[in-house]
Design a binder for this molecule. Structure first.
Ligand SMILES: Cc1ncc(COP(=O)(O)O)c(C=O)c1O
Length: 508
């Protein structure tokens, strides 16, 4: 006991800002965990220890109470306080699990399983992760101009709603999301995207990632095949892959998804497509291909996930109708997001599911993710119902259209027609083609170092990359910053793609 008091007295720092109670508690916990105080050891009385340490007796009493509440010690009235035996159960620890046997093959030198910390799918997710540390600046693809977001309107609506906050808005949100938002979205989607739906068919999620995750968990099993477009959005690929699906990359051409004979012979469980604006190349799936895909899905019971992520921003023509609107057999799960229409950090998306699956999805979303954020959903519902969404999208379409043109002009000024601009009819980015011999990953990395963000087309292919290019976003770049930022990018491209850069330069 003398030793304990002496050790504690030596460790206790009376000058420290940390109260004596906390210091003493931590020191005794450490002493018990490290075995300095063996199981069964009787602790000194609170009066003795307080006297030895020069602290108030109440401090020691509080420490003993807390140690007792956390199971470090056992206090018996009349007989004192003893260190509890909390050593790991040797039987439980040494029992081999079926996966660990036979021990001599599976154990490495440290006695740990060579399988390591990660699952195979987890490791793959991390190895192939595409997420960028920077999410803002020229020419970040896929990011809208959040500086143009009508924040005052939003905060006014939000302030009003908080005044009437009640349990209906502040608890979990089972039931697929805030009902008025689902009604507002179904009206919006019917008109803007020709989606056929009732509010019941709408499920509110945190975005397209979560919508795909939910659809896959409810509709597919581990090991099922999923068609993905080649190239496709890396984020969607990661969600499918980490859910245990086997991915089958399907080529795309000018008319969109173009499955080969061998692909058709082996029907997938899921087909993930971006028919209104192929991501990342930008083509539109033709009507003939849409009808073929829907018929194939009907015959082979394939679930089509239609990712309609940014098709409101179409320049030159009206936005195109959704694939879901053509579906007579209820094989399409339509997913969309407010991330590109309003701001990415909002994290509100929606899915439209066939009527017969609506109740299943409502339960699924609540069971898996415990929905919430009803207050945000309520603000969004008012925002849509008061007409702000439509007017914001209209204003942004004009703004982004101008920026897109400024960037195309800059490309032409620097490179003439040496570098093709692809997929510029819609969305928030286009693909700037590079000569075949160019390493687009190297160009993107060098551009990043020079302060310009672009994504290499290589990041979107999983099997064979048949063209080189850079995803170049214009939506979040103020008009006046486009030309100077492109001059920086152009210099990087010239260094990597062309032997004699000067010859390519045009006037300006
Ligand atoms: C094709 C595509 N789908 C989905 C997303 C992400 O959607 P969300 O933010 O709603 O999860 C992106 C983001 O860039 C995308 O490009």
């Amino acid at each position: 006991m003398v030793i304990l008091s002496e050790w504690l007295a030596a460790q206790l720092d009376k000058e420290s800002a940390e109260p004596a109670y906390r210091q003493l508690l931590q020191l005794m916990q450490q002493a018990i965990l490290a075995g300095r105080l063996a199981p069964g050891t009787k602790l000194p009385s609170s009066r003795t220890l307080a006297g030895d340490l020069g602290v108030a007796r109440n401090t020691v009493l509080h420490v003993y109470d807390q140690l007792s509440a956390e199971g470090y010690v056992i206090s018996t009235t009349g007989s004192g306080t003893y260190v509890a035996d909390t050593r790991p159960d040797s039987v439980a620890v040494s029992t081999p699990t079926p996966a660990a046997a036979p021990a001599d093959e599976d154990d490495d030198a440290n006695g740990a399983s060579p399988r390591g910390d990660m699952s195979m799918r987890g490791q793959r997710l991390i190895d192939e992760a595409g997420v960028s540390a920077r999410q803002w600046g020229a020419f970040m693809p896929g990011v809208p101009d959040v500086a143009e977001f009508p924040a005052r309107t939003w905060s006014r609506l939000q302030a009003r709603l908080w005044k009437s906050a009640n349990h209906g808005l502040l608890t979990y949100a089972p039931g697929g999301g805030y009902r008025p938002l689902r009604r507002a979205l179904s009206d919006y989607l019917r008109v803007a995207r020709s989606v056929r739906c009732t509010p019941d068919q709408i499920i509110i999620t945190t975005g397209i990632h979560q919508s795909i995750d939910l659809a896959v968990r409810l509709l597919a099993d581990v090991g099922d095949r999923a068609w993905v477009e080649e190239p496709c959005y890396w984020g969607a690929r990661s969600v499918l892959q980490s859910s245990g699906l086997k991915l089958a990359p399907i080529p795309v051409d000018d008319e969109g998804l173009n499955p080969r004979e061998q692909d058709l012979r082996d029907p997938p469980r899921i087909a993930l497509v971006t028919p209104s604006h192929q991501y990342p190349l930008g083509m539109v799936m033709s009507l003939a291909r849409r009808r073929t895909l829907l018929e194939y899905a009907r015959q082979h019971k394939v679930w089509i996930i239609e990712d309609d992520y940014d098709s409101e921003f179409r320049y030159g023509s009206r936005p195109l109708a959704s694939l879901q609107g053509l579906d007579e057999s209820d094989r399409v799960i339509y997913v969309g997001s407010l991330g590109k229409l309003l701001f990415p950090g909002l994290r509100i998306g929606y899915m439209v599911v066939p009527e017969r699956l609506a109740a299943t999805f409502r339960t699924g979303v609540a069971e898996l993710y415990r929905e919430g954020q009803l207050m945000q959903q309520a603000v969004l519902a008012e925002f849509i119902m008061d007409g702000y969404l439509t007017s914001h999208v209209r204003r942004m379409r004009t703004l982004y259209g101008e920026r897109r043109q400024l960037l195309i002009d800059a490309v032409t000024r620097h490179f003439g027609d040496a570098l093709p601009v692809m997929g510029d009819e819609a969305g928030l980015h286009f693909v700037l083609g590079l000569p075949d011999h160019t390493d687009d990953r190297a160009v993107a990395a060098a551009a990043y170092d020079a302060g310009v963000i672009v994504r290499p087309l290589a990041a979107y292919y999983s099997v064979s990359q048949d063209r080189k290019g850079l995803l170049t976003g214009y939506a979040c770049v103020p008009h006046e910053e486009i030309a100077p930022a492109f001059a920086t990018l152009a210099q990087v491209i010239e260094e990597h793609a062309f032997a004699s850069p000067k010859k390519l330069r045009r006037a300006g």
